[in-house]
Write a protein that binds this ligand. Structure first.
Ligand code: SAM
Length: 306
């Protein structure tokens, strides 16, 4: 159906969780002076305007990245948030919020491979434009910028056709829009198959926390963890969750009349082949963010290892 548009949600609590984990993974890959491959199976449009009517309508960035950036004036934030803050502050000066593709470009040098996939016809032109543009800052090892390849394709099929890539060291972000109940099974199976074909890849799967989809979400995660562990029980898996509302209390801010089923009350990141100390950095990040901006009684977070 593809009705989802990330412009409504850019810079919200789910993006904060996803993009802080993403940056800490890219920083880990940059610790070694060796090229790597980055895939982003659900790219979106790459960069988002904070002045866009859709962003203003939901007000989600106003509850997320905007107040978080005010905390930059305090010097007490963890080192693991430092690059996220610096980059977002720079883009905010242009009324922009960087999407996953932009963060990947910022950290990835020209000896690496960067392939991003997007299926939606309404996003692809803007993605092509944004992907070919220079980033406002480069934090790659050699201060060069990777040449991004954009595929107008189903990311779940494309990634399997391209795995394992020529440069085997690498990372894959899987960030679907979960529009239909039957997608959870397909996404779970795709992640299992990526791990099967490309066993050294760090795979980060973002998932929503939605009261009416808890059965599907839990089944998807359980299946992924069991299959990955059955292949190699030493594979480290991190499951990080960030909740900003009670399961039954929240309706999306855009739903003025509070109608419909309960919507996103938080989200999670499942990371397979977790880089060293990602769990500790994620704990530090979420504890800081929860204390500073999502201070209500429903806010909670957890980081579990399998
Ligand atoms: N990763 C982006 C970020 O963090 O900035 C946000 C991506 S958004 C949550 C999900 C995107 O996936 C949407 O743009 C949607 O059009 C796209 N999409 C949905 N199904 C897809 C599929 N099967 N293959 C590729 N893209 C898909």
């Amino acid at each position: 159906m593809l009705s989802y548009r990330h412009a409504f949600h850019a810079g919200n609590h789910a993006d904060i969780l996803k993009h802080t984990v993403l940056i800490n993974i890219l920083e880990s890959l940059n610790l070694k002076d060796k090229p790597y491959t980055v895939f982003d199976t659900h790219a979106g449009s790459g960069i988002y305007s904070l002045q866009d009517e859709r962003s203003k309508k939901t007000g989600e960035a106003e509850l997320g990245i905007i107040p978080l950036l005010r905390e930059m004036n305090n010097i007490d934030f963890p080192e693991s948030l430092s690059n996220y803050f610096k980059i977002c502050e720079l883009y905010k000066k242009h009324d922009l919020y960087p999407g996953s593709v932009e963060f990947e470009k910022i950290f990835t040098g020209k000896s690496c491979a960067h392939i991003v996939m997007e299926l939606n016809n309404s996003e692809i032109d803007l993605l092509n434009e944004n992907a070919s543009r220079e980033t406002l800052v480069s934090l790659s090892r050699d201060h060069t910028q990777v040449k991004t390849q954009v595929h107008h394709a189903d990311g779940l099929k494309d990634i399997l056709a391209l795995s394992p890539p020529a440069i085997k060291r690498g990372f894959c972000l899987v960030d679907p829009s979960y529009e239909e109940a039957d997608e959870y099974d397909k996404i779970g199976n795709a992640v299992i198959n990526i791990n099967k074909k490309w066993n050294v890849a760090v795979i980060a799967l973002w998932y929503p926390l939605l009261a009416h989809r808890i059965i599907e979400i839990e089944a998807m995660k359980k299946n992924i963890i069991a299959c990955v562990k059955s292949r190699n029980d030493k594979t480290e898996i991190m499951d990080a969750k960030f909740l900003v509302n009670k399961e039954d209390s929240h309706t999306e801010t855009s739903l003025k009349d509070n109608s419909g089923p309960p919507r996103l009350y938080g989200s999670g990141m499942l990371v397979i082949n977790m880089p060293w100390k990602l769990d500790e950095k994620t704990k530090d990040n979420l504890s800081y963010i929860a204390k500073k901006i999502y201070k209500n009684e429903s806010t909670s977070w957890s980081v579990e290892l399998y």
